[in-house]
Design a protein around this ligand. Structure first.
Ligand SMILES: C[S@@+](CC[C@H](N)C(=O)[O-])C[C@H]1O[C@@H](n2cnc3c(N)ncnc32)[C@H](O)[C@@H]1O
Length: 246
């Protein structure tokens, strides 16, 4: 089983990964994404939508949203959030590569470091190729992840995050396999209990990401360092790739 197929990981870490602040943040990111792509969006597909943070944000603009995710647990959380907000979206429980859309989209997103999880380059490239096929002409793909340059610049041997609910998360990150793979260990201390998990995924430089997007057929590829549209440099908060389908 791949690490991301382990439902207990998403259940245990849900409260710190997807707290109220993260939902508020996603709400501000949606209009920023729409501004970055710069064209009207009627139909959007969020690949690896998790608990639906961005589906909620896009649906408030009247955009017809579809979210795809492999985790039944996270999709049930997404369904609850959408119901509470009285917003519509179609949720599809499948691996992204197995998804078979019956329509095309104006916008496809893959957000909050959900790219590079497949354990080989071919499948990660395949996701970009399929995204290109699934877009309408004139549509855009937006990937939000962190970049290898940024990681190499800021990575600490141990990093501790304290959450409002008192949880402490210790991280022990490494760049391995010729610095192609980000391998991280999380130890969550919650009250008297501790939970541990390990995960890894490919990380890319801006140039590598650009090349993969070009291979998939995208044009007008722009790389930003934040949702505010800052340059991707050593101060970058994120690596955000915006790619266009002619
Ligand atoms: C870090 S979470 C991000 C969730 C969401 N994009 C957000 O911004 O809240 C990564 C997500 O990727 C999903 N995922 C991982 N591998 C997947 C796959 N092969 N197909 C579909 N979803 C996948 C996980 O279930 C999880 O929801």
């Amino acid at each position: 089983m791949a690490w991301y197929e382990d439902e207990s990981l998403w259940e245990v870490f849900y409260d710190c990964m997807f707290d109220a602040d993260s939902f508020a943040l996603a709400k501000t990111q949606c209009p920023q994404i729409l501004e970055m792509v710069g064209h009207p969006v009627q139909k959007a597909l969020d690949l690896a939508c998790g608990p639906g943070r961005h589906l909620l944000g896009f649906a408030t603009y009247g955009i017809e949203c579809t979210g795809v995710d492999l985790s039944g647990y996270l999709l049930s959380r997404a369904a609850n959030h959408l119901e509470q907000a009285d917003l519509p979206a179609t949720l599809v429980h499948t691996d992204m590569l197995a998804y078979q859309p019956t329509e095309k989209f104006d916008l496809i997103t893959n957000l909050f470091t959900s790219f590079g999880y497949y354990p080989n380059d071919e499948d990660n490239q395949k996701l970009l190729n399929l995204s290109h096929q699934w877009l309408n002409k004139g549509g855009s793909l937006v990937i939000d992840t962190f970049g290898k340059e940024q990681l190499a610049h800021t990575m600490e041997p141990v990093h501790v995050t304290e959450y409002d609910n008192g949880d402490l998360r210790f991280e022990r990150p490494l760049l391995v396999d010729d610095m192609r793979v980000f391998a991280n260990e999380w130890i969550l201390v919650r009250g008297e209990e501790a939970f541990r998990c390990e995960y890894q995924h490919f990380v890319y430089t801006a140039q590598e990401m650009r090349h993969m997007l070009q291979q998939a057929g995208f044009t007008d590829i722009r790389i930003y360092g934040s949702f505010e549209g800052d340059a991707y440099d050593l101060e970058a908060e994120r690596l955000i790739a915006v790619a266009h389908k002619d």
